[in-house]
Design a protein around this ligand. Structure first.
Ligand SMILES: *Cc1c(COP(=O)(O)O)cnc(C)c1O
Length: 426
């Protein structure tokens, strides 16, 4: 029986184990409350959240402005479907297209759906605008990509766990090494049927693999030269996480989104999700200009919940928080401090090889084999010491706190991390 009584952590975990599909392997902590950079478990222990739900909670847990917008809209109108108009969607689309400087937005719910949408738009554009023969369109992707979990998306993954026994796989994808503009150029010379190049500006799931500074600029230029759409999956890197509004903004330090030519690698198609709602609600979006977005006509694509009024209200509030609280600049400043402190530690460390990242999307590489449990054990110890982080791809630990963190809190977290790592030094 499930009652109103608070469960213990053990009871909550046992219920999931017994009644839930085993498609995740969470750290053994059961959270029941969150506020800003902190979360609390059911026993009342307080933690720094250093994952932010994979960068969905950039604005911090239960941000009052976002919760308020959600509550108000939830009490007014929640869902109309797109069979009818609602009085929020247009306002949200006007707001978000002005914010990111694209002609149009197509609303979806999850990140994977937005990636699927971008793939569909790119293929349709190739057939109707570029003149590729139907069924022949190709999309170039990178090795070690992560774009979600649908059957088509896992078809072009090279993560065995994500792929194996889920075939047959969707054709139409060409894989090239990441951070390799020459490979992109070669693939485009060899193949005239390419619709788009789908890329993460930093590969988050792969272990915060951060490419050379000019990779985005070069990739964009090569795509332009070959009349191929440059499609940026900023679901994890976007919305201030890397110290700029978008990771494709490069090293631009402005507060918002200025499209400065020298830094901004403007995508033809921009994919957003996660922090678009501040983690309050599943909201994703695809943005593009008219000549691309207009290939989609009524009846050709959609979603029952996509563009619902709660999503629109929540997304506008979440995007306002990013600018009002200067989250991009804060992420940039604290990110530099974080890497400086960790680099200081690494000098004398045998357990950590490397810290890398941009803004507040960072990772450390543990000095152990891919299949060792060291990264996991460190995360369990971090939890005991009051900080929640999760290994990604074996021996790498991602560090991505909410961007509403202040410097004192960050230094407190650095102390927890270095103390914990110290316990693992040989
Ligand atoms: C999380 C993520 C996705 C998938 O988003 P979901 O909401 O989990 O479907 C796609 N691409 C990137 C880069 C992501 O980080």
């Amino acid at each position: 029986m499930i009652t109103e009584d608070q469960l213990t952590s053990q009871e909550a975990i046992a219920l999931e184990e017994k009644h839930g599909a085993h498609n995740y392997h969470p750290l053994p902590v059961v959270l029941s409350r969150g506020e800003g950079v902190f979360v609390w478990d059911v026993e009342g222990k307080k933690y720094y959240d250093f994952l932010s739900a994979y960068s969905a909670v950039n604005q911090g847990h239960c941000h009052p402005a976002i919760v308020d917008a959600m509550n108000k809209q939830a009490q007014t109108l929640t869902l109309t479907s797109r069979a009818f108009h609602n009085d929020i969607l247009g306002r949200y689309e006007a707001f978000a297209t002005d914010y990111f400087k694209f002609d149009k937005l197509l609303p979806m719910n999850t990140g994977a759906e937005a990636v699927e949408t971008a793939i569909k738009i790119a293929r349709k554009w190739a057939y109707e605008k570029k003149g590729v023969k139907e069924q022949d369109a190709q999309i170039i992707v990178c090795e070690n990509n992560f774009h979600g979990r649908t059957t088509t998306i896992i078809s072009f993954s090279n993560d065995e766990g994500a792929r194996k026994n889920f075939g047959p796989y969707t054709p139409g994808f060409i894989k090239i090494p990441y951070d390799d503009p020459k490979a992109l150029e070669r693939a485009l010379i060899e193949n005239k049927n390419v619709a788009g190049f789908l890329v993460e500006p930093i590969q988050g799931e792969a272990g915060v693999y951060t490419p050379s500074d000019d990779f985005m600029k070069q990739a964009k230029a090569i795509c332009e030269k070959h009349n191929v759409l440059f499609i940026a999956d900023e679901i994890q890197t976007g919305i201030a996480r890397t110290g700029a509004l978008l990771a494709v903004c490069g090293n631009c330090t402005c507060e918002g989104h200025c499209e400065r030519q020298e830094t901004y690698s403007r995508p033809d198609i921009l994919i957003l999700g996660k922090a678009l709602s501040g983690g309050a609600y599943p909201v994703s979006a695809v943005l593009a200009d008219d000549e691309i977005m207009n290939v989609i006509q009524p009846g050709q694509h959609g979603s029952t919940f996509g563009g619902n009024p709660v999503a629109g209200a929540v997304a506008m509030a979440a995007l306002n928080v990013v600018k009002d609280e200067n989250l991009a600049q804060n992420a940039r400043k604290l990110g530099e401090l974080f890497r400086a402190k960790l680099n200081e530690y690494i000098k004398d460390s045998t357990i950590v090889n490397l810290v890398r990242g941009r803004g507040l999307l960072n990772a450390i590489v543990i000095n152990d084999t891919e299949d060792s449990s060291t990264a996991w054990d460190i995360c369990v110890a971090l939890k005991e010491n009051g900080l929640l982080a999760k290994p990604t791809h074996g021996n790498i630990i991602r560090f991505a706190p909410p961007l509403v963190m202040n410097e004192e809190q960050l230094l407190d977290c650095v102390a927890i991390i270095t103390k914990t790592l110290g316990d693992f030094e040989k």
